[in-house]
Design a protein around this ligand. Structure first.
Ligand SMILES: Cc1cc2nc3c(=O)[nH]c(=O)nc-3n(C[C@H](O)[C@H](O)[C@H](O)COP(=O)(O)O)c2cc1C
Length: 368
């Protein structure tokens, strides 16, 4: 095994395991409880947070947005994803994430949602490569300057409320005291182009930035989630990244359903690993190899896991202002996939308002 202490965690996992399997970032889905349950039962190598807007972190009066970055030791290596279009805010949020002790900072250059991309953020940055590079540089500067002693208090757009909220968080989440020797890695997740494959022109903007990793979803901005992820283009992009920036880890993404498919993509398409998103809904075991998956399904009742998830959701957010159980309901529906009487059980679960109600429904149907 080729292994040395100068490797970052991406390179180390690749060297140790031959490939990297990660939980893809998903807004409105990959919150703290989902990541906890997914990691506990799926044992994937890396988890990404859902994205948070850097303008929001810096300009919003509320500090709720910081909840996106909550994590504990079990979720490490934890990669916090951010999006936006303003370099100076990216830099300051990078400092904040360093303070939180995350392992990696990922910049979203792939979101196709009009609310994001039409303002020039997310996949909209593919249209403005100079700004995209400036943003990467700003995040890298923030990380480096934090390592050299820059304090959050010296960041002009981070409010005192945000600084206080961050200190409070440190009491509740098992963060190690931020160690200025351990700098987070900087990576980018993007798409293959705006309306067509543009990887030959777009990717060199990223590969010249000395990124730790690049993740590529094989669809264009225009495609959003229609059609299929184009793994031929991902393979071409893998070759470009290996040629231009051999130390950068390159992950492919899109329409991969389980461990074996991910492994096949690594073999056939030259990627270092794969991100799995939607296939993991209600199915944390998709990250496990077939033999472990079979063992898992023998040993665990998925509905007991659904209830554990609901309890953790309540524990995590129950005390927060504007708490709602609503976002948990979709997860409950996903856990019913493929079971007998799924429609009936789902119709009851999606009306539940608490973990106690979930427990009652599951007991009534003798599912736990
Ligand atoms: C509900 C939802 C939310 C998403 N939010 C994000 C996000 O916050 N950041 C991001 O980079 N990608 C986001 N994505 C894209 C996924 O990370 C992934 O690239 C895409 O779903 C394709 O992978 P899959 O076929 O494995 O799901 C989101 C996708 C979905 C379905």
């Amino acid at each position: 095994m080729v292994y040395n202490t100068l490797m970052n965690f991406w390179q180390r996992i690749k060297a140790e395991k031959g490939m990297i399997l990660a939980l893809s970032p998903m807004d409105g889905v990959s919150d703290y409880p989902f990541r906890s349950i997914s990691k506990k039962y799926g044992q994937m190598d890396l988890v990404f947070t859902e994205f948070a807007n850097v303008e929001g972190v810096c300009l919003s009066k509320s500090t709720q947005i910081l909840n996106h970055f909550d994590f504990d030791q079990a979720q490490r290596p934890l990669i916090a994803q951010i999006f936006g279009k303003t370099p100076k805010y990216f830099k300051q949020v990078a400092v904040l994430l360093c303070e939180m002790g995350v392992d990696g900072i990922d910049i979203n250059m792939g979101c196709p949602a009009p609310t994001v991309s039409s303002h020039g953020s997310g996949a909209g940055l593919i249209r403005t490569p100079d700004l995209a590079r400036e943003i990467i540089q700003s995040v890298q500067d923030g990380v480096r300057e934090w390592g050299e002693g820059l304090l959050l208090e010296n960041c002009p757009d981070i409010s005192s409320q945000t600084i206080t909220a961050l200190r409070d968080k440190k009491k509740f989440f098992a963060l190690t005291e931020a160690d200025r020797q351990k700098l987070p890695t900087v990576s980018v997740k993007t798409r293959i182009g705006i309306a067509q494959d543009e990887v030959e022109n777009w990717l060199p903007n990223l590969t010249q930035m000395n990124l730790a990793a690049i993740s590529l979803h094989g669809r264009t901005l225009k495609q959003s989630y229609s059609g299929l992820s184009n793994w031929e283009v991902i393979a071409k992009a893998a070759a470009i990244v290996k040629q231009n920036s051999p130390n950068t880890i390159f992950l492919g993404n899109g329409d991969v359903f389980d461990y074996e498919q991910a492994k096949q993509k690594v073999t056939d398409h030259g990627v270092d690993g794969v991100l799995i998103g939607r296939a993991s809904f209600g199915r944390p075991f998709v990250f496990l190899p077939q033999d472990k998956r079979t063992e898992f399904l023998k040993a665990h009742n998925l509905f007991a896991i659904a209830l554990e998830h609901a309890k953790l959701y309540e524990e995590t957010y129950g005390q927060k202002e504007r708490y709602s159980f609503l976002p948990m309901r979709k997860h409950l529906a996903w856990y019913t996939k493929g079971v007998e009487q799924a429609a009936l059980i789902r119709s009851e679960l999606v009306r539940s308002n608490s973990a106690a109600e979930v427990e009652e429904i599951l007991k009534k149907h003798q599912l736990i």
